[in-house]
Write a protein that binds this ligand. Structure first.
Ligand code: BG6
Length: 521
């Protein structure tokens, strides 16, 4: 994340409850070098739904430097026109900006395609020739390889890229053509396989060349966590055990597994969401102030706080972690009739640090739930009740809650107590809300847009470093171990808030989850 110099006259923008002044401007960020982007798995779902629309939108935003070449690599014998025709409908469906004919033609002109098996040397010889052509057109040897394939083939692809001289192990620095590899999640499937994968990749690339993607880190609202905490003097003094009672982090999805039964049976919600997205969000909420906004300073602090999360013992897994599965999951194609794969998980974590000791962090994630809603809620401690005994007894006086709404209806809201107008001192809870859409009146770009640009720029701040991936696996390893050895998934209804045992987890501590309802737009 780089800091921008404020323009001399920030243009004020009005909203009924929030005045936003643009203090820095994304468009002033350094443009990437002209680059050849090679996508392995170019006809797959991720390319169609996320990568191609993201690249199309950054082209429209003029954020790319010409020439940029996008080379798809996949099985099959597509010509470049067929490749473009394959991507066009999904870009139209998923692009956040309209796809006009002229813009599409320009984008199609950036595409190239190499058909072949990943195991076949001829595929890499063809790719090498195309990269030479791209270089001669002006990409200067800068290249990004995006591994959007099942993890099982990562070693094979890297070995072949190395063998054919398409990647070389070197520190990335100014003046050297960029040679970077983006690795999609899941990064391994447990601690041992993630470590083995890191070791393997480390043979071919230095850490400065490896971009482990977690698309949550590219979301504007996730990036705003640090800006909110460290750009305002009012939050940091109360962001600790003296003032915070507990923290809730929710990633709820209304959709099910959408036909990805084979993948999901191998994955489950803990590997799919908690090990990566939720622990990353938690580390941003809880990390200490970094020395600077540089990639390593931020990643050092994130890693440090993950190290302070208390390891889950086997009894903590039994008492503080719950799992559920939506009714109907077992009837999905590719799912075993007696599957124990969790589609919902909730857990209580604690952080043994000076700042957070004694503050529980409740994480929950699931599919097939009532709403799509991702948010972080910081629940503050209640006031001493001497003045408000009656209100406290009638539970009118609720402690303040700051909610960072990651998606949808991105924004921030603060619930606090106010006097109800009238002669008596009656209190009520009110909500003050900032909505990104209203405050900034500019579209929020997709996470993959930002992340692809950052990789081309050589900025790894929003990507995961080896140590934090490793630590995140270490933390959830006992959960995987116990749950995979013992059946016990609780069935919950689709469209509900999840299994009853998740409610019991909080009720035991005298607390309740926030309702799973997205605020009205
Ligand atoms: C992906 C998971 O990483 O994140 C999916 O594999 C999940 O299962 C998706 O649906 C959610 O992403 P988002 O951006 O829609 O919250």
């Amino acid at each position: 994340m780089s800091r921008q110099r404020p323009p001399t006259q920030p243009p004020p923008m009005e909203h009924s409850s929030v005045v936003a002044e643009i203090l820095s401007d994304q468009t002033k960020r350094r443009r990437p070098e002209p680059t050849a982007i090679v996508i392995f798995g170019a006809t797959g779902d991720l390319t169609k739904r996320k990568l191609a629309p993201a690249l199309f939108n950054v082209m429209l935003d003029r954020a790319l430097t010409e020439p940029t070449q996008i080379i798809g690599v996949s099985r099959g014998d597509l010509g470049v026109q067929q490749f473009a025709a394959l991507l066009e409908p999904s870009v139209k469906e998923h692009s956040r900006q309209k796809v006009e004919i002229a813009a599409w033609d320009k984008f199609a002109g950036m595409l190239d395609f190499v058909g072949g098996e990943f195991a076949d040397d001829a595929t890499y010889e063809k790719l090498k020739a195309r990269l030479e052509v791209a270089k001669s057109k002006g990409t200067k040897g800068n290249r990004v390889f995006y591994l959007s394939t099942p993890p099982a083939v990562f070693p094979l692809i890297l070995e072949k890229l190395h063998k054919h001289g398409l990647i070389e192990r070197q520190q990335q620095r100014a003046g050297v053509p960029g040679c970077r590899v983006i690795v999609e999640k899941p990064f391994g499937r447990d601690l041992a396989s993630a470590r083995a994968l890191n070791e393997m990749i480390g043979q071919y690339l230095t850490e400065s060349q490896i971009y482990r993607i977690d698309h949550y880190l590219g979301k504007e609202t996730v990036q705003n966590i640090l800006v909110l905490r460290f750009g305002n003097s009012i939050f940091e003094p109360i962001w600790n055990r003296n003032h915070v009672d507990f923290v809730e982090i929710t990633a709820a999805e209304a959709i099910g597994i959408e036909g990805r039964g084979n993948f999901y049976e191998q994955t489950g919600v803990v590997r799919d969401i908690i090990q990566n997205h939720l622990l990353q969000v938690m580390s941003l909420v809880t990390m200490e102030v970094p020395a600077s906004f540089s990639a390593d300073d931020i990643r050092d602090e994130k890693s440090q706080v993950l190290r302070s999360v208390r390891n889950l013992t086997l009894s903590a897994v039994a008492n503080d972690c719950v799992r559920g599965q939506y009714r109907g999951y077992r009837e999905e194609p590719g799912v075993a009739a007696d599957s124990q794969t969790p589609t919902y998980a909730a857990m209580k974590l604690v952080i043994d640090s000076w700042r957070w000791q004694g503050v529980p962090f409740y994480l929950r994630a699931g599919k097939g739930l009532a709403e799509r809603l991702t948010e972080v809620s910081i629940h503050f401690k209640s006031v001493p009740l001497v003045l408000f005994k009656e209100e406290a007894a009638s539970s009118m006086l609720q402690p303040a809650v700051l909610t960072l709404r990651i998606q949808p209806h991105e924004g921030i809201s603060l619930r606090f107590v106010a006097k109800v107008p009238g002669e008596n001192i009656n209190v009520g809870n009110v909500h003050m809300t900032m909505s990104y859409a209203d405050a900034f009146k500019r579209p929020i770009s997709e996470a993959y847009e930002r992340l692809l640009l950052d990789c081309m720029r050589g900025d790894a701040t929003l990507f995961n470093r080896r140590d934090s991936v490793d630590r995140a696996w270490e933390l959830i390893q006992p959960v995987l171990q116990v749950w995979e050895a013992t059946p016990g998934v609780e069935i919950y209804e689709q469209g509900s808030a999840g299994p009853a045992s998740a409610d019991a987890l909080l009720r035991r501590d005298g607390r309740e989850w926030r309702l799973l309802t997205a605020p009205a737009k």
